[in-house]
Structures are given as structure tokens and as C-alpha cells.
Design a protein. Structure first.
Length: 367
């Protein structure tokens, strides 16, 4: 019997319309556009600022686009995993809300929390469900509304984080494609350096915790920077060695978009040119669990079937790792008339493709 692999067969994404620029940030806290760009590498970030909308809203947008692009039937989805640190509620899970909103009646679903490494963990977890042979279609989502846990009077964190979501569809294949290998690690010594002080069972909400800004993310940047570069690099090097890859055989490194200097340092450690590194932090900021799939959503058009991708991330815990993926389809042909491709196609061809997709979308969602 041939080995079953989990291949990525589609991607969908969503970022809010509202753009928070560095100039606006500099009017809130003592910072400048030059400092933010030089130290972090972010020019702007997207913020979900509509009242009453949370992480599930962005996840729903991403999953609906994913299902439209892959022409998936909601009744065929077996499992949904949502990686998030900012769920709509403490309970129920954001994944369960997502299933109801998208009409996934036959799927079971759960949330996964590993902060910025959440999507990396979800990717390997979803792949293992596919490898079992029992599940045929698994959706994994990385979604975070980080603006809901950021103190906008804290200049150390408010320029960094943003909101966004993206999703992958995993399906079985017997070809040598898909999620090939992973190195995932956790070390709880990172607790003092990156955490939220209150809101959990150790320190429940109270007037004191609210008045003292204890429900916002706290980060000691220098320590996190040091551990992030070392651990992401080590995990990638382990993947490269275990799979006997040469540096020339690596087509893309897909790093967590935490900080431009972290990304550059990891690329330098791996001896991989920045031209082979997916970077979109300048426009989206750090969306936590959303960064990795949003990179693929952004760069999908450049991917070719058989490309070797190494995903890597680092987050609170500390939690980190790397996943080796052999890409499963040609991005250009799979998403012919996305916004990044319209210039390459005649008007009437794009009109027909978009009209066809719209009809499929309404049939799938509202039938």
C-alpha cells in the first residue's frame, strides 16, 4: 500500500480594509516611521475595527474564498482546525462558530493555541489526520485579531501586531508531494518574556487587572529576538539535514513575519538569499497565527508544483519549529484571475472566470 501524504490543494485569505499606518501610530505613542521601519520593517498593518466582529469573521472570509477557489462542497469537509490566540470567546471554540457560519455540517472542529507557531502546529496536525486514511478534506486556518490584545499606549508592541486570516485545504495524495517532514519544539522557559498577565485561571479578570492593563500582550523584545533567530534557524537546519536537501534545492523559506531583522538573520544563518524568502511584513505586520498562510496567499502565483518550501515560526511558550512542504500545484494556473494576475489576462477571459467562480460560490454557500 502506497504511503498517504497530505497535500495543500488551495489557499484563501482575508485582511481587513482599514490600514493603520506608521504615521498614525506615531501620533499615538512616541515613535516614528523611520524607527518602526528600521527596527521592525513594518510600514502599515490591517486592523479589524468594526464593532462586534472578531476572529471568526476573518476566518469565515478566508474559508469562503478557499472553498470558492477549490470548488469544494461544504458537506465534504471532514475537519476544521483554527489556530488562534484571540478566539471570539473563551468558549465555545472559534472553529465551531466558523463551521456554523460557513455551513460545514459534517465536519468536527477545534481550536489550537500555540500563538505565532499555531499554524505550523495545525499544519502538521491536519496532515496527520489525512495520513490516517480516514479523513479526505481538512481545512486549517490561521487567524488572529491581535488588535484586541494590544495596548496602544505601549510603543514596544503596538507597532508590531495586526489582524488577518488565511486557510489551507489539505487532501490525500500518494505522490511525493505535500507535508513531508516537521520539527516542532516547545520550551516553557519563555513564559516571563512573552505572555498576557491576566485573563486565565491563574489571574482571573477583575477591576484591578483591567485598570493595570494586564489583559494586553507583554513582550521583552531583545530576549524574544535572540531565541527566535536561534531556534527558527536550528529547526530549519534540522529539516534540511534530515531530508538531505541542498541550499540550491530550497525554493522558498516561509518565515513567521515577526520582525524584518529576525527574518533577515534567519535567512543569513541558513545561507538562503532573501529572494527565496517570502516577506510581506511591511504591509501586513505580525498577524500571529495568520502570517504563514497569508504569505502563501500573497505569493501563491509564484509557486510551482514540486517546489520545496520550508515553513518556520517562533512564538510564546516558547514554541517553535519548521515544516518541510513539497508544493502540490502551479499557483498561476490554479488562481488565474486573482487580483495579482488580472494584468496578464484579457478582460473577457477574466470576466468569464470570475463569473463562473461567482456562480460556483453562490451554489456552494447558499444551496
Amino acid at each position: 500500500m502506497k504511503q498517504i501524504n497530505a497535500v495543500i490543494t488551495g489557499v484563501g485569505g482575508y485582511v481587513p480594509d482599514y490600514i493603520l499606518t506608521n504615521d498614525e501610530i506615531s501620533r499615538i505613542v512616541d515613535t516614528t516611521d523611520e524607527w518602526i521601519m528600521g527596527r521592525i520593517g513594518i510600514k502599515e498593518r490591517r486592523i479589524l475595527n468594526e464593532e462586534g466582529l472578531g476572529t471568526s469573521y476573518m476566518a469565515r472570509k478566508a474559508v469562503k474564498q478557499l472553498m470558492q477557489r477549490t470548488q469544494s462542497n461544504p458537506d465534504d469537509i471532514d475537519l476544521v482546525i483554527v489556530a488562534t490566540t484571540t478566539p471570539d470567546y473563551r468558549l465555545p471554540s472559534t472553529a465551531s462558530i466558523l463551521c456554523e457560519r460557513v455551513g460545514l455540517k459534517n465536519a468536527f472542529a477545534f481550536d489550537m493555541q500555540a500563538v505565532c507557531s499555531g499554524f505550523l502546529y495545525a499544519l502538521e496536525t491536519g496532515a496527520n489526520f489525512i495520513r490516517s486514511g480516514k479523513y479526505k478534506k481538512v481545512i486549517i486556518v490561521g487567524a488572529d485579531k491581535m488588535s484586541s490584545v494590544i495596548d496602544y499606549t505601549d510603543r514596544a508592541t503596538c507597532p508590531i501586531f495586526a489582524d488577518g486570516a488565511a486557510a489551507f485545504l489539505l487532501e490525500p495524495t500518494t505522490d511525493h508531494l505535500g507535508v513531508i517532514d516537521s520539527v516542532l519544539r516547545t520550551d516553557g522557559k519563555g513564559l516571563p518574556f512573552l505572555h498576557m498577565k491576566a485573563g486565565g485561571s491563574v489571574c482571573s479578570p477583575s477591576y484591578f487587572t483591567v485598570d493595570n492593563h494586564m489583559h494586553y500582550l507583554h513582550q521583552e523584545g531583545r530576549t524574544v529576538f535572540k531565541y527566535a533567530v536561534a531556534n527558527m534557524s536550528d529547526a530549519c537546519e534540522s529539516i534540511i539535514e534530515r531530508n538531505q536537501l541542498t541550499k540550491d534545492e530550497i525554493d522558498w523559506v516561509v518565515p513567521h513575519q515577526a520582525n524584518q531583522r529576525i527574518i533577515s538573520a534567519v535567512a543569513q544563518r541558513l545561507d538562503v538569499p532573501l529572494e527565496k524568502v517570502m516577506i510581506n511584513i511591511e504591509h501586513y505586520g505580525n498577524t500571529s497565527a495568520g502570517t504563514l498562510p497569508l504569505c502563501i496567499w500573497d505569493f501563491e502565483n509564484k509557486l510551482k508544483k514540486g517546489d520545496n518550501l520550508i515553513f518556520t515560526a517562533f512564538g510564546a511558550g516558547f514554541a517553535w519549529g519548521a515544516v518541510y512542504v513539497k508544493w502540490g500545484y502551479d499557483g498561476k494556473t490554479n488562481n488565474a484571475c486573482s487580483s495579482n494576475h488580472k494584468r496578464r489576462y484579457p478582460f473577457f477571459q477574466c470576466f468569464w472566470v470570475n463569473t463562473r467562480n461567482l456562480i460556483i460560490h453562490f451554489f456552494v454557500i447558499f444551496r
